[in-house]
Design a protein. Structure first.
Lengths: 289, 312, 288
């Protein structure tokens, strides 16, 4: 089914225009700046694209979604890669600078909640996750686990993931219990990297963290997330992210100034083509379809 | 005769002309040298100016009192709140731990090297200390993460090894070379006559070190401590990777915490240029700059005094 | 006193000395532990390919050549800006400056600059070179930022090296009619050269290892080729280490240690170089 849809997508992508034909070889340079979540994916895409088109140069940097959006606003990047949506304030700033942000979804990421393999807890509701991350619940035995303090791990504000998790889990966006005033608790560890978070969980039976699907290793155990107390617990996977049953899935985005043209368009088309999307699962994220 | 005289005058005027050109050329070079000297002031003023320009506006949004003593740092919320007390206290804790370890160990090691160690030992140990000084901070952070934090976690039965304590230990390793080096210089600067006088009165070597050398080198040792403190306050990568990054005001050093340097590094990637978070981060930079400035100025003054004390 | 008995004072001396030795051991052991760990864990990743290839698959495979090259470019750029200015400022302070407020301010500035945290230099570089001067996230911005940081070091070491040249040399030269600049150029500088060079090499070593400033100014994660101009983006070893240790899913651990090893080797070899220069110069002076 995925193959069929992928085929359809690639046909649609092809229809958009193949630049290699008439003018000769595709050439140019592309700068991609932004989220460190999307960086591994863009790097793989860039590498493949450059090997197919030797005259194209692509440079990828991952200082953070915010830095990428800033670069787009300042005109110092061609593509901004982001793991969060652009904010209204940033859209206003962009327009004031004559930049029209154009959003393109290139993949999806399922934020997996992971714990140590020895942790008996296997499922949590969004409300429980929110309480854990705000510091209201502090002991594993309050959610059916051992009598041990919960070591709550998060990413720092450089990461779009931090913002996404806050809005959709901590603040329970979309649920009747939504509360926009909730914040991460004071004991939550704000780590500068996802790798660090995962290795902490792998070595600490009390820890909990929310890495993207691609970072989950066999050393940690993903938890089934229940949207509400009566819904079924869903484990994160490419399948459940694609069909929407996994509640914490977020889009990975490219932003360009206006609709992309020329070599940028060719690159974006490649990323969204079945070939490009095939790489997404290799890196560990969830393809568009 | 007249010919000779005119030849002489032409020669004289030629020489004067050359000399004048030389002097002009020299003046040109000398003005460049002066400019280079001034450049250091320019760079420093530039740093201050930039920090003020980008950081002061943060105080229009959050009054200084609230900024400094506030305990809530939520830069991406709506509305954002900026309070840096957790960062300041974290910096204090980590610096305290680092200093508590590096000062006794560093001064003792310096005393050993300067007063007791045989030359061969000295020649071997000094390069090792220089290697320690050369290890980049990101490598130290990586080592702290991989090797030290699991140890700390099990030794103190903590929930996580990522804590101010772990950061403090790694930082003490990074401050040790400068503390040892400056203290050693200070001890060596104490004139030998003082020691000889003590021996003449029947003191043992240790008694001499304890009652003559160390008190004599005290200002230099103090300066060394201050330089080590300055280093600990300003270190970024190591604490970013190892200190834990929790936002609550840390009550004990074994808690995970986020010092000021890490706070800046953690946020600058995401901050919209010119936005509120950006300004707040520059404001932290400003405070950091002022603190390290004060520490380094004091150290410098003390070192000056030490030099003058024994100048001959 | 019985033969063989030690007095209380002797005892406390022995105890004290043991403590001092223990302190020294506490300093030395971690160095060995750290260096050995890096070598042991990182050696498996080192291969011809690792050093000569570009990274692929988001850094999980391939090599780290662009990061190595980027680091060398950074060192070069830093020293290009910091050394001439540092030497000239050092000359100014030792040969031309009078005891006035300007000199005092310069000395003050140098002490302060040396103590500024590297993240603050990063902010400075971001605000001034990247944004204000519009150099963007480039080799130029990063080199200039690191050069500002290195300036305090190059000025101080130049000043010390020049001060170490004995007064008699200068006075002799002036006595035979040379101008001040000629004396400096042909006599003082050559004599001070080893000291200045040592300072330069140490500054380069420091630049190679700095992460915070280039984190803020913006090193790249993946570049298709090596930087062709100072305005290009760049990769660098310390930033690469931080990134692969931190941000790439499924990164083989040996790769991370491998990057750490390469970085350590680069930094330490420059330190060793500086020491060799210093020792050779001392040797020559003793033999002269």
């Amino acid at each position: 089914m995925v193959l069929l849809v992928g085929l359809v997508v690639s046909l649609v992508g092809c229809g958009g225009g193949d630049n290699t034909g008439d003018e000769g070889e595709l050439a140019g340079s592309i700068k991609i700046i932004g989220s460190n979540t999307v960086t591994p994916l863009s790097s793989v895409w860039a590498e493949e694209f450059m090997s197919m088109h030797s005259k194209v140069n692509i440079a990828v940097s991952g200082p953070g979604s915010g830095a990428g959006i800033a670069a787009l606003i300042n005109g110092t990047t061609d593509i901004c890669q982001a793991s969060r949506t652009i904010k209204q304030q940033e859209i206003d700033q962009a327009k004031a600078n004559g930049v029209e942000p154009y959003e393109i979804q290139v993949a999806t990421d399922a934020l997996s909640v992971v714990v140590h393999p020895s942790n008996p807890v296997s499922e949590l509701t969004i409300v429980q996750l929110s309480a854990i991350y705000t510091g209201k619940i502090t002991n594993w035995n309050e959610v059916g686990g051992n009598d041990a303090a919960i070591v709550v791990i998060s990413r720092d504000t450089n990461s779009g993931t931090h913002v996404f998790f806050k809005e959709h889990v901590v603040q329970m966006q979309g649920l009747p219990t939504e509360d926009k005033s909730l914040e991460y608790g004071g004991d939550v560890l704000m780590l500068p990297s996802t790798e660090e978070g995962v290795s902490q969980v792998a070595s600490n039976p009390k820890a909990i963290f929310y890495p993207g699907l691609g970072y989950v290793t066999e050393e940690v155990k993903p938890i089934a997330v229940k949207k509400t107390a009566d819904s079924a617990g869903v484990l994160p996977s490419v399948q459940t992210a694609l069909d929407g049953t996994y509640p914490i899935a977020r889009p990975l985005l490219f932003y360009t100034n206006g609709t992309p043209t020329g070599v940028i368009k060719a690159f974006v088309d490649y990323c969204r083509s079945s070939e490009g999307q095939g790489k997404v699962t290799e890196v560990g994220y969830v393809p568009l379809k | 005769m007249l010919e000779q005289a005119s030849k002489a005058t032409t020669a004289m005027s030629l020489k004067k002309g050359l000399q004048r050109r030389w002097r002009l050329g020299e003046k040109f070079i000398e003005s460049w040298i002066l400019l280079a000297g001034i450049l250091t002031i320019v760079v420093l003023l530039g740093i201050i100016a930039l920090l003020l320009k980008e950081g002061l506006p943060a105080f229009w949004y959050t009054p200084p009192w609230e900024f400094f003593f506030g305990t809530k740092w939520y830069p991406v919320s709506e509305p954002p709140t900026f309070g840096i007390m957790p960062f300041f206290v974290a910096t204090l804790w980590i610096t305290l731990v680092a200093t508590a370890i590096s000062v006794p160990v560093g001064v003792a090691c310096a005393a050993y090297l300067a007063e007791v160690a045989p030359a061969k030992v000295r020649e071997t140990v000094k390069p090792i200390i220089e290697i320690l000084a050369g290890i980049p901070s990101v490598v130290m952070g990586f080592i702290g993460l991989m090797l030290l934090s699991p140890l700390v976690q099990s030794a103190f039965n903590l929930n996580t090894g990522l804590s101010g304590f772990t950061a403090g230990i790694m930082l003490s390793l990074m401050s040790l070379p400068i503390i040892i080096s400056v203290s050693e210089d200070a001890l060596r600067a104490v004139p030998d006559d003082f020691r000889q006088a003590a021996y003449a009165l029947g003191s043992t070597k240790w008694e001499t070190i304890r009652h003559v050398s160390i008190p004599g080198a005290l200002s230099g040792i103090t300066a060394a401590i201050m330089l080590g403190v300055g280093r600990a306050i300003g270190e970024t990568m190591t604490v970013l990777m190892v200190a834990g990054g929790a936002l609550a005001v840390p009550i004990s050093p074994t808690e995970p915490m986020m010092p000021m340097t890490a706070a800046i590094a953690s946020g600058i990637g995401n901050a919209v240029r010119g936005g509120l978070q950006y300004q707040a981060l520059f404001a932290i930079g400003l405070i950091l700059f002022v603190v390290t400035l004060a520490v380094n100025l004091i150290a410098d003054k003390v070192l000056e005094r030490q030099k003058r004390k024994f100048a001959r | 006193m019985r033969a063989g008995a030690i007095s209380k004072r002797q005892f406390s001396q022995r105890t004290a000395f043991s403590l001092l030795i223990i302190a020294t051991i506490i300093v030395v052991i971690p160095v060995f532990a750290i260096v050995l760990q890096i070598i042991i864990n990182g050696a498996s990743a080192i291969s011809g390919d690792f050093i000569t290839q570009a990274p692929s698959q988001a850094g999980k495979a391939g090599g780290i050549l662009p990061a190595i090259v980027g680091t060398f470019y950074l060192m070069l750029g830093t020293i290009l800006f910091a050394l001439p200015l540092g030497v000239m400022a050092g000359i100014y302070l030792t040969e031309y400056a009078k005891e006035n407020w300007l000199t005092k301010s310069i000395n003050l500035a140098i002490v302060n600059l040396a103590g500024v945290p590297s993240i603050v230099y990063g902010l400075f570089g971001l605000g001034v070179f990247v944004l204000l001067f519009h150099f963007g996230m480039s080799l130029l911005s990063a080199s200039l930022t690191l050069a500002c940081q290195a300036l305090a070091m190059t000025v101080t070491t130049s000043r010390e090296a020049i001060l170490a040249v004995p007064r008699e040399y200068r006075e002799g030269s002036l006595a035979v009619g040379a101008t001040r600049w000629q004396t400096i150029r042909h006599l003082v500088l050559p004599q001070a050269f080893p000291g200045i060079l040592t300072g330069a090499v140490l500054a380069m070593s420091r630049a190679a290892g700095e992460t915070a400033p280039i984190l803020v100014v913006g090193a790249a994660f993946l570049l298709p080729g090596l930087p062709q101009s100072p305005f290009d983006q760049f990769m660098a070893l310390p930033y690469h280490l931080y990134t692969v240790a931190a941000h790439v899913p499924g990164m083989p651990k040996s790769t991370i240690w491998g990057v750490a090893l390469v970085l350590l080797v680069v930094v330490l070899s420059f330190n060793v170089l500086a020491t060799i220069i210093r020792l050779r110069a001392r040797q020559r002076r003793l033999n002269a």
